[in-house]
Ligand binder design. Structure first.
Ligand code: MN
Length: 735
């Protein structure tokens, strides 16, 4: 931010942007008084940020205006939220206080702005504080406002989206931190609150900066594909339009192409190429249910389904009825996949206007319809989630970092339905065990559980439930929670109750943990000392608190299975310095840490090679671990410890080789495997480390681990392999 006189041009841009916002706000506001509040908020913010510019050079006020626009256009909130969005940076960046705003705009708007104001405390550097994270504290603060007003989180998401849109003006390390946080917590949050537009725009920006080459490549392919397929899709839609018109429906049909991020995610997740994505296109039928009809909304969706399947053949296993069972973010629609006359599978999504608004704008739209008297099962799902988060938040024992993990995991889980012995339906997260179910029913049932009956069959408490299971818990009066339980329970609720029970016996558990660690270390020839303790504390992100380490071991929360690897990895690898052909770049103070040569480790979770876009994290001792920017581990790290980010740079002419894995699929013919391996090792002179290929029914599938120098090398190899007859796909995958 910098201060300088605004030019005539600046004032014009401000006036133009605000006029746009006002136009949008007018549609949402129900009275002149409401519009006046928006105007007053703009005038105030405009004056407060006067002369201040953003990094991009544009007047600062354009940012709050843009956030307010997202708030009204993409989220559908009303005048108080629009005003709060306009004012959201006033307290943080100027001399005005929350009290000033309260006097001018009343309690509610002041409260929203207060929730949006960041905490500015700088964490001190002592060992204990390292277990904290300013990022996490800030996030916790925002979440705490869920108790008062969900709108704070919604406006925060709008703020974040605009910061993502303008991220090119940030230095690279900050960019990585912001995008990682966005992926770790804001995108899942937007998803859970049903904000589809916000979520998918954030995802695409994430991909554009984390994997620029992949992003451009996918975009190019989409554009080429659209040109090729446009006519086919139109030919597919025409008969549908005609039939729906004939049946008297009031509807519109939209063509949808999958977003670059969701394509990339599918390619990476399934190890497939762009051409193998068959649901690239979707067609969306949005209709206004007829008010005179005696049919329910759902029946009318089925009516549409019946009409279109008279025209096209459908894939029986691809019907998704989210009208009857809405997703836990409130999404409702009827999906099916039809075969066009040109022979391509096209997904068709059938929605009413109401369902479509909720699908695109999420929670605010769902509240608006709720006010109008629409009530359904799904409504309580979003509310239930918020209640659940509130429960997590009130627990004073959870520190901000743990909270971030809990929320992240919670946001990323999906639910399944389980039946009680009486046939009652209960919702529980996927992966939950019989014991989690016991705690879901009642704390005492969990505490006294000894086994379960699933579909009349006796199973242990660790049994992982499947959707549709009928579960009965067997209890015994004298039982109590066991520390082993922590190794398999999945839900936060169950874990909390068990931990609370065990915490009451903290001293005993600390002693027990120390004894267990001592024995296990001895067994592999190590001892408890500073080095081993530090390695373990670092690994488990408990900094400078051995007692906590013992306690976690004591209650069985922390497993010591790969103890030897952890210790050896941390103690030996750090002495290697064969990655010194990196040049660190980015933050100035990173130029020379302790005046010594940098030590780099290539992360073994994502195995980056020269040419990949990478990010590094500096450990306490100055060692830098290098990950691919899109690696989930790196993303997690950057979201919590953004202050450790460094931007390493690959140096040219590396003589070292890097291990990567290629996944291959193709048609099996005699000698093809031989041909592939010979081609790799003799023609390309690439070193193969391991081959793992299986053939079945004339098709082969498998992977080859090999060493390459850099990305260029790799791409050349992949291109040539794809030309071998019979090969259908060659994709680099994680090892
Ligand atoms: Mn802002």
């Amino acid at each position: 931010m910098s201060i300088s006189e605004f030019t005539q041009r600046d004032y014009e841009v401000i006036a133009r942007d605000y006029a746009d916002l006002k136009e949008a706000a007018r549609k949402r506001c129900t009275s002149q008084e409401e519009l006046d509040v928006v105007q007053k908020a703009f005038d105030f913010a405009n004056e407060a940020h006067k002369g201040v510019r953003r990094r991009s050079g544009e007047p600062y006020i354009l940012h709050p205006i843009a956030v307010a626009k997202i708030v009204v256009n993409n989220i559908g909130l009303g005048y108080k939220s629009i005003a709060a969005a306009l004012l959201h940076d006033v307290v943080e960046d100027t001399d005005y206080t929350v009290d000033d705003l309260r006097n001018l705009f009343g309690d509610r708007i002041a409260l929203l702005v207060e929730g949006l104001t960041k905490i500015k405390t700088v964490l001190d550097n002592d060992a204990k504080a390292r277990n904290r994270s300013l990022q996490a504290e800030n996030f916790k603060r925002i979440l705490l406002t869920l108790n008062d007003d969900v709108r704070v989180v919604l406006i925060k998401l709008a703020d974040r989206l605009h910061n993502c849109r303008t991220i090119e003006f940030m230095p690279e390390y900050k960019r990585d931190k912001i995008l990682s946080e966005t992926m770790f917590i804001f995108i899942p949050l937007a998803h859970r609150l049903g904000l589809y537009e916000v979520k998918s725009e954030m995802e695409d920006i994430w991909l554009r900066y984390k994997e620029p080459e992949a992003f451009n490549d996918i975009n190019e392919k989409i554009n080429r594909n659209i040109v090729d397929k446009e006519k086919e899709i139109d030919d597919f839609i025409d008969p549908i339009s005609a039939a729906l018109k004939a049946a008297g429906f009031d509807f519109e049909i939209k063509k949808r192409v999958k977003t670059p991020y969701s394509i990339w995610n599918k390619m990476v997740g399934k190890g497939i190429t762009f051409d193998q994505i068959y649901d690239l296109y979707a067609v969306r039928i949005i209709f206004n249910p007829s008010p005179d009809s005696t049919e329910s909304e759902r029946d009318q969706c089925y009516h549409v389904f019946s009409i279109i399947t008279d025209i096209y053949r459908y894939k029986p296993d691809r019907i998704r009825d989210w009208v009857k069972h809405p997703k836990n973010n409130g999404y409702e629609a009827l999906h099916c996949t039809l075969m066009s006359h040109a022979g391509i599978w096209i997904e068709v999504q059938i929605r009413t206007k109401r369902m479509n608004d909720i699908a695109e704008k999420g929670i605010a739209a769902h509240w608006a319809y709720k006010k109008d008297g629409f009530a359904g099962e799904h409504e309580s799902e979003m509310d239930k989630w918020i209640t659940k988060v509130k429960e997590i938040l009130v627990n004073p024992d959870v520190n901000a970092l743990e909270l971030l993990d809990i929320i992240h995991n919670d946001l990323n889980t999906t639910d399944i339905f389980i039946f009680t012995p009486k046939g009652e339906q209960k919702r529980i997260q996927k992966g939950a065990t019989a014991l989690d179910f016991a705690y879901l029913i009642h704390t005492e049932i969990g505490n006294r559980a000894i086994a379960a009956k699933v579909n009349m069959r006796l199973v242990p408490l660790s049994y992982v439930l499947k959707g549709g299971d009928q579960v009965e818990i067997i209890t015994a009066e004298a039982e109590s929670p066991k520390r082993e339980w922590l190794q398999f329970v999945q839900t936060h609720k169950a874990r909390n109750i068990i931990m609370d029970y065990l915490k009451e016996k903290r001293v005993t558990n600390v002693e027990l943990g120390r004894k267990i660690l001592e024995e296990q270390l001895e067994a592999i020839g190590y001892r408890i000392n500073e080095e081993t303790l530090n390695a373990l504390m670092e690994k488990h992100e408990i900094y400078g608190n051995p007692e906590e380490l013992y306690f976690r071991i004591g209650i069985g929360m922390l497993k010591l299975n790969n103890l030897e690897d952890v210790l050896r990895g941390s103690i030996q690898e750090k002495s290697k310095s064969w990655f010194s052909w990196f040049l660190p770049k980015g933050k100035k103070d990173d130029a020379s840490i302790n005046g010594e040569e940098q030590k780099f480790i290539v992360a073994d979770c994502c195995n980056p090679i020269p040419g990949d876009s990478v990010v590094g994290f500096r450990a306490e001792d100055g060692t830098i671990t290098v990950h691919k920017k899109s690696c989930p581990v790196a993303n997690n790290m950057a979201a919590k410890h953004g202050d450790r980010i460094v931007m390493p740079k690959w140096e040219e002419a590396a003589q070292t080789s890097f291990l990567i894995r290629l996944s291959l699929k193709g048609l099996d013919r005699i000698g093809i495997i031989n041909e592939i391996t010979r081609f790799i090792s003799f023609v390309m002179s690439v070193n193969i480390r391991r081959i793992n290929i299986a053939t079945e029914d004339g098709v082969f599938e498998g992977s080859i681990d090999l060493y390459v120098h850099d990305k260029n090398d790799l791409e050349k190899l992949v291109r040539k392999l794809r030309k071998i007859e019979g090969i259908q796909s060659v994709v680099r995958t994680d090892i």
